[in-house]
Unconditional design. Structure first.
Length: 511
């Protein structure tokens, strides 16, 4: 075929990559009809002066108010000379009354080409219908975005006298993959993420009001550290060097304490190349806080007050429902050493036990362990299996073995232990804190011991960071550090049972 006979593509044709069904085909055709009539299905702007909530809240009978509102059509009743439809904006829903004689024949004909899911702008006045519903009487309306895919709308029918909902967008995996649809059709999901924003804003204001500085530290790091975890690895072409996505921001924040700041914090995206489940996502958010001249006892009181006040802020009460349990966040929280907690829930004493003895204890409890793991990991396995799931009400687990916490200061009165706590709520860790180790000689010994554990096969053991050690050698004041998992804290305060319900776009296997 010569070039003269080649067909030019029709810009109105359905893209070949789009999987089409009858509803979509009709919507593409409607789009063509609108364009042929000189109507742009995707105009540039619209002057919005009000919201659904503002109209409903401010309405007074017999006092019509001029309004201009925009939103997505969620229900529609097309009739002869007058029609009703409901639009949904960021604040909620409101009914629109559209009359042909008010908007004109041409505009009303355009309305006939609209569907559920289309986004429109409406100018008119508020009024109350004969059935008592506060609505907007449209005098002008404009199509702002033609929806080419039908959105799933839940329907109700009565079965044996009971209302039954069907066709709801409820498949959890599909909701996570298509969060944009989830947010459209499940308004309660928006509420969860609005609460998330309020929680983070509350914490940021809390920290800043104490005079602590919000900072930013590197995400791409030449040496990863600050936690026991496997990193994601990448390569920088220009520098021809291997880099890691940070697993924690601890070591950089401590460098800032060395530099003279009395308090620093960072809301950080961290990345750990580990398993995925309802409590773990490879990309997650945490806030880390470091305050000079304080210790872990002081930090426990801060955490109690912070969680209590955050719960009051977002829920209006000092308790929450999490994983089916009512949990009180009113201080004080229970405090229990890790050794005492294991003895309480298993009857086993781990204090002063050798690695061989700890393995025998684990074996007696029915645990199968990797032969490469050391004493600290054995204790962690016992705690995670037999203790942590049973700690429903907020409990500070304190005073961990030194090997489990290479960045924490040795306990001031208990040999072999460090000053560390984890807060467990609803059977899950929410935060972690140390009296921070600031002796550079001991810190080097601890990191070198971590290097030996890596040689034994522990790929989560820490790496010796010479620059961090050099910073400590200049002198770091006594310091308390804290890391709070924001995703888990949001789960706790919103009552969600999966981390995927508090992250807009969680990681999933490819479709």
């Amino acid at each position: 075929m010569t070039k003269e006979h080649e067909q030019k593509p029709n810009p109105q044709e359905i893209p070949q990559a789009v999987s089409i069904n009858d509803q979509m085909k009709r919507r593409f055709e409607e789009r063509e009809h609108l364009a042929a009539a000189g109507i742009n299905p995707y105009p540039y702007s619209f002057d919005v002066t009000s919201t659904s909530k503002a109209i409903l809240d401010s309405f007074v009978d017999e006092s019509a108010e001029e309004v201009s509102i925009a939103g997505r059509i969620m229900a529609i009743r097309k009739m002869g000379k007058a029609s009703f439809f409901h639009i949904q904006d960021a604040d909620g829903r409101i009914q629109i009354y559209l009359k042909r004689d008010d908007v004109g024949e041409e505009s009303y004909a355009t309305f006939k080409l609209l569907d559920i899911g289309d986004i429109v702008g409406v100018k008119g006045f508020s009024f109350r219908t004969k059935t008592g519903e506060i609505s907007v009487h449209a005098q002008k309306f404009e199509l702002l975005s033609k929806s080419l895919r039908p959105i799933p709308i839940a329907k109700e029918k009565e079965v044996d006298g009971q209302k039954v909902v069907y066709d709801a967008f409820s498949d959890r995996e599909l909701r996570y993959r298509q969060r944009y649809v989830d947010l459209i059709v499940n308004p309660e999901v928006r509420g969860t993420f609005i609460k998330r924003t309020r929680i983070v804003a509350f914490m940021r204001n809390w920290f800043s009001s104490n005079g602590w500085l919000e900072v930013e530290t590197p995400i791409l790091q030449p040496i990863y550290g600050g936690a026991a975890a496997r990193p994601f690895t990448t390569h920088h072409n220009a520098l021809d060097m291997q880099l890691y996505l940070r697993i924690a921001n601890e070591l950089y924040l401590k460098r800032l304490i060395v530099g003279g700041f009395d308090g620093v914090y960072e809301f950080a995206k961290d990345f750990r190349n580990e398993g995925i489940d309802r409590f773990h996502n490879p990309e997650f958010t945490q806030v880390e806080l470091y305050v000079a001249y304080k210790d872990y006892v002081w930090m426990m009181e801060l955490v109690e007050n912070l969680l209590h006040q955050a719960c009051l802020e977002v829920n209006g009460r000092d308790s929450t429902i999490f994983l089916g349990n009512e949990i009180s966040l009113k201080p004080p929280f229970r405090r229990l050493t890790i050794a005492d907690s294991i003895r309480e829930f298993t009857g086993m004493e781990i204090r002063g036990k050798s690695e061989t003895e700890l393995r025998n204890i684990a074996k007696d409890l029915g645990l199968e362990l990797d032969p490469k793991i050391s004493s600290g990991k054995i204790i962690d396995e016992i705690f995670g299996e037999f203790v942590e799931p049973k700690l429903i009400q907020p409990t500070f687990i304190t005073d961990y073995p030194e090997e489990m916490s290479p960045l924490a200061k040795k306990h001031r009165s208990e040999p072999g232990l460090v000053e560390r706590f984890e807060l467990i709520v609803g059977g899950k860790e929410v935060c972690n804190s140390f009296s921070e180790l600031n002796d550079p000689v001991i810190q080097r010994e601890r990191l070198e011991e971590q290097a030996r554990l890596r040689q034994r096969g522990d790929d989560e053991a820490m790496i010796v960071d010479e620059d961090f050690l050099r910073a400590l050698e200049y002198g770091m004041p006594p310091c308390a550090g804290l890391g709070i998992g924001i995703d888990r804290m949001v789960m706790l305060l919103t009552g969600e049972d999966s981390i995927r319900d508090v992250i807009f776009f969680p990681h999933l296997k490819p479709e």
